[in-house]
Design a binder for this molecule. Structure first.
Ligand code: CUA
Length: 180
């Protein structure tokens, strides 16, 4: 038996065939991946109604009272009534606290929070609710929530923001409906 230098004709054909199959399967995998991606995008945009924030949501941090770390905005509107049972509030994060706090909300009210920061990144999280929005300087994020249960809710910062990060706590007080 003599050995031939280089691949035999059989080996050559085998490699060509394997390569064809590999290419076909890579294509199949690619199509499947794109399908999953398209379905995810569809769900996120049309089912959950999520939209990527655009420049329309940008805000000027200095207009809120200053960009000096630690300074609290002077213009503090608090809760603004926007409908029979709906409210809006500008929530400002700063090193290291939340304004306004404590925030009183009537039980059952639907509140839209417009959240921004005057200095660094903070995380606006209201314990016991689904509210969790990053407070970004220069950008205003919005989240709407209906407070069905009366009680005291802590606002915590869930984005490391400096030496007093762990003490950056605010308070939302949902006042019980007066029985009439
Ligand atoms: Cu603000 Cu951590």
């Amino acid at each position: 038996m003599s050995h031939v230098a280089g691949p035999s004709r059989f080996e050559d054909a085998f490699h060509k065939s394997a390569e064809r199959h590999e290419r076909a399967w890579v294509f199949v995998a690619f199509v499947m991946l794109m399908g999953v991606l398209a379905c995810t995008m569809y769900l996120v945009v049309y089912d959950y109604g999520m939209v990527v924030r655009t420049t329309g949501y940008r805000s000027d941090p200095t207009a809120l009272g200053g960009s000096v770390p630690g300074s609290v905005p002077a213009a503090e509107a608090g809760l603004v009534k926007t409908g029979p049972n709906s409210y809006a509030v500008q929530m400002v994060a700063h090193m290291w606290g939340w304004t306004p706090t404590p925030l009183h909300i009537p039980q059952g009210a639907t509140v839209t929070f417009y959240i921004t920061s005057i200095d660094v990144l903070h995380g606006f999280e209201v314990k016991g609710t689904t509210i969790n929005v990053t407070a970004v300087p220069g950008i205003t994020g919005a989240v709407t929530y209906t407070f069905k249960r009366a009680g005291v809710f802590d606002i915590i910062c869930n984005e490391y923001c400096g030496i007093e990060h762990q003490a950056m706590i605010g308070r939302i007080i949902v006042d019980q409906e007066s029985k009439s």
